[in-house]
Design a protein around this ligand. Sequence first.
Ligand SMILES: [Zn+2]
Length: 286
Amino acid sequence: MSVASTKSIVDHALDARYGVPAINIVNDLTLEAVLAGAVSARSPLIVQTSVKTVRSIGAEVLVAMWRTMTAGIEVPVALHLDHCPDRSVISECLRLGWNSVLFDGSHLSVAENQRQTVEVVAEAHRHGAHVEGEIEAITGVEDDLGADEEGRRENLQTLIDFVRTTGVDVFAPAIGNAHGVYTTEPELDGQRVSDLVKACSVPIALHGGTGLSRDQFSDLIARGCAKVNISTALKVEFMKSSLTFLRDAEKNSTWDPPSLFANVREKVIGLTVDLAHTFGSAGKAW
Ligand SMILES: [Zn+2]
């Protein structure tokens, strides 16, 4: 296998009830390291890019790195655009070859979000790509998007109607999860996941995965969270391991950037392998 459709990756995970790590990368180093981690764990993987990352690297450079680094890769991998309210960025990424996008219309009314999501699904499917939808904002700020106040929650029937009407391939409901670092233990509404999967057979995306316990992951994955988003954990690993390394460099007065990169790479590979084991995706590559 090599680059695969996001739908094939999440449908397989939903059927077999494991979670695919969907990890936000921030640069070339972290992109290469999460891919190496997936190969090492024999795990399918979704690589996510925030709008901020797309803008900082440039969509064309990013997709060129992706193509080069995934050529001949032996596990199923897909490139996904995370929370994007901007239709022009969605169109650009679909045109360049992203495998899926999250159209984030959570700031819109449900009716307007639904109308635009139908358009995005049609546009993505024309490109052979897939769409994740959401109607409730996930609490917390991530890469400059979102708010710390908990957003409104719609009733279950509204969510079911949205999934059926739009034909989204993955759905991200609010279940008490949040982006960033949890300051108190989250109260998760797993029943909402079970109800949505039962009604629509749609793979569920779990946002705000960083900081949840092993038991919380197991429960939600068994209910149908087939895509598990991890962003904060990679950022923390990147920054903290760099900080420790740089403190040692200062102490020893050795200033060698490639050894800093190699250190971060090993940490990110380790993180990816750990996530694949926690989510049950290790060994599931086909
Ligand atoms: Zn998210």
